[in-house]
Design a protein around this ligand. Structure first.
Ligand code: NDP
Length: 513
């Protein structure tokens, strides 16, 4: 195979978990040469100026300067662990991917959770959606499920993503979080498609008690197909086996001050003591015919599929059972992208998903470099890379396919056509002019229907969930200007008049103007 063709052996330090050798090894520099007195600095006399020839000092200082890589923008603050996915139920009628082909089959995985808006060192207990990404090291290549803990999102057009995230981050002048920007963005009529996600975010699920106590959702529709070429739209749900548990707004704020890494610590300590968190994985499926009868678009990320009409079907279990040995190597360098998929699982035309297919892999190239697939945690180690075109580039550390020609020659034996994995060219047929399409300029009533349904779900729970929702919105909204508060009351009134009334009563007592 390719590994054996290298004339230079791969560097052992390129492997995960490189450890100090046994015994009493000499200290060396970064190139393996022994050095004496690593803390000594070469100088003229005892207290004279330092010498350029002290390459140990120079290397230490210079490497330290380069320890940080660009943090993710967004999803900078993350925690993660290794684990496995186990098939519990046969879904080969829906999806022929290798990881699902046998009940009981286990596929190794890596999961990274995150908050969205905060920087890398920010508190992980704040109100925010949570990222929930899992990499499956399958025999058909790496598959990334890049999900969130909410089933919907704030936008349905990726052109809005940078603007929206800017409002969640810092004001360019004050360098402070800016409630005016937040509430100005959300209350602009055409941005009110975010209303369903706002009800999720400001319910107590916006402050989960831990990563172990929240669900994960694909949000987007994906297209999965079986061996016969039949295909369905699919949504994935990962339901926590630990039960949903949230903090109240005040509990979360208190914890943010007391221990801003509370959720990282919770995940690490539970796994370390053998209390492994798990999630039961379900799918919802929809035919193309059914999708045409929906009152909303199947490609609209602000909508869920009603569970009575599209019941959950169990697939398997995700278990997290090993902490990383090295956070930077295994979690900071972990690179997830929805474009990393495997045969029989494809992206739908959901425009936000289509945008993510570009943006995530591009973010990883920027953070980690063009050869980020060679970093051990990203390497498809259960599969094999047979691609003579992906060559060279910064930090190429795997031998670069040695003397293998760097194009498909007339003599090499690559298999271009895989009859057992047909391209799904019959799935959906798209025609039309190339136009700058603006998906409704203002949120219509249909965009409020599921937000109202969720408001009623909260009401049925009988543990003050509706009151908490109103309170959580009011506390945030009170920081915004009066004119924006007024816009917000009208918007929440379209969800339910009682909600708008409760928000207004509290926000106006808290507001300073
Ligand atoms: P259902 O009554 O069948 O489903 C309601 C779902 O709401 C539950 O299955 C549960 O999903 C979720 N839920 C329960 N409590 C809360 C809470 N406190 N905060 C957020 N979600 C909660 O009705 P529908 O399927 O018609 O959905 C009604 C509303 O429920 C939707 O508008 C949506 O906002 C919300 N919802 C729907 C989901 C779906 O896939 N249909 C998924 C999640 C929320 P779970 O077990 O996943 O927590």
């Amino acid at each position: 195979d390719n590994q054996q063709q290298h004339s230079i052996p791969p560097c052992p330090f390129a492997q995960a978990g490189a450890k100090l050798p046994e015994g009493h090894p000499p200290v060396t520099n970064g190139f393996g040469a022994p050095i004496n007195e690593p803390y000594a600095t070469q100088r003229v006399g005892e207290h004279g100026p330092l010498l350029m020839q002290d390459s140990n000092l120079i290397e230490n200082l210079a490497h330290f300067n380069r320890e940080r890589i660009p943090e993710r923008n967004p999803h900078a603050h993350g925690s993660g662990a290794h684990g496995y996915f186990e098939v519990t139920d046969d879904i080969t009628d829906i999806c022929a991917s290798e990881l699902f082909d046998t009940i009981g089959k286990r596929t190794p995985t890596l999961t990274r959770f995150s908050t969205v808006a905060g920087e890398k060192g920010s508190a992980d207990t704040v109100r925010d959606p949570r990222g929930f990404s899992t990499k499956f090291y399958t025999k058909e290549g790496n598959l990334d499920w890049v999900y969130n803990d909410t089933p919907v999102f704030f936008i349905r057009d990726p052109s809005k993503f940078p603007a929206f995230i800017h409002t969640q981050k810092r004001n360019p002048r004050t360098n402070l979080k800016d409630p005016n920007a937040v509430w100005d963005y959300w209350t602009i009529p055409e941005n009110q498609v975010a209303i369903h996600q706002l009800i999720q975010l400001f319910s107590d699920r916006g402050t989960p008690a831990s990563y172990r106590n929240m669900n994960g959702y694909s949000g987007h529709a994906y297209k999965w197909s079986n061996k016969k070429g039949e295909w369905h739209y699919v949504q994935v749900h990962l339901k926590t086996d630990q039960g949903i548990k949230n903090m109240t707004n005040e509990e979360a704020q208190e914890m943010t001050a007391k221990n801003p890494d509370f959720i990282q610590q919770d995940l690490y300590e539970h796994i370390e003591k053998g209390d492994f968190p798990s999630w039961t994985v379900y799918i919802q499926t929809m035919t193309e015919e059914e999708s045409k009868k929906l009152p909303f678009s199947v490609f609209d990320l602000t909508k869920v599929w009603p569970q009575k009409q599209f019941p959950l079907r169990r697939v398997g279990k995700l278990v997290l059972n090993k902490n990383p040995d090295n956070y930077f190597a295994e979690i900071e360098q972990a690179a997830f992208a929805p474009s990393n998929t495997v045969p029989y699982q494809e992206a739908s035309a959901d425009p936000v998903l289509q945008g993510r297919l570009f943006a995530y892999a591009d973010a990883q190239r920027y953070r980690l470099g063009a050869n980020y697939n060679q970093i051990p945690v990203n390497c498809p180690y259960q599969s094999q890379v047979n691609n003579p075109l992906i060559r060279d580039g910064a930090m190429n550390v795997n031998g670069n396919m040695g003397s293998e020609p760097n194009y498909y020659t007339s003599y090499t034996n690559y298999n271009f056509i895989q009859k057992d994995r047909p391209i799904q060219q019959h799935q959906e047929v798209w025609t039309g002019p190339a136009i700058p399409y603006h998906w409704t300029t203002a949120a219509g009533d249909i965009d409020f229907v599921q937000a109202t349904a969720l408001y009623h779900v909260l009401g049925k729970q009988g543990n003050h969930q509706q009151e908490h929702l109103a309170h959580n919105v009011a506390v945030s909204l009170a920081g915004a200007r009066k004119e924006l508060r007024e816009r917000a009351y009208v918007m929440f009134g379209r969800v339910h008049p009682d909600l708008a009334k409760a928000i207004k009563e509290e926000a106006e007592t808290l507001a300073k103007d």
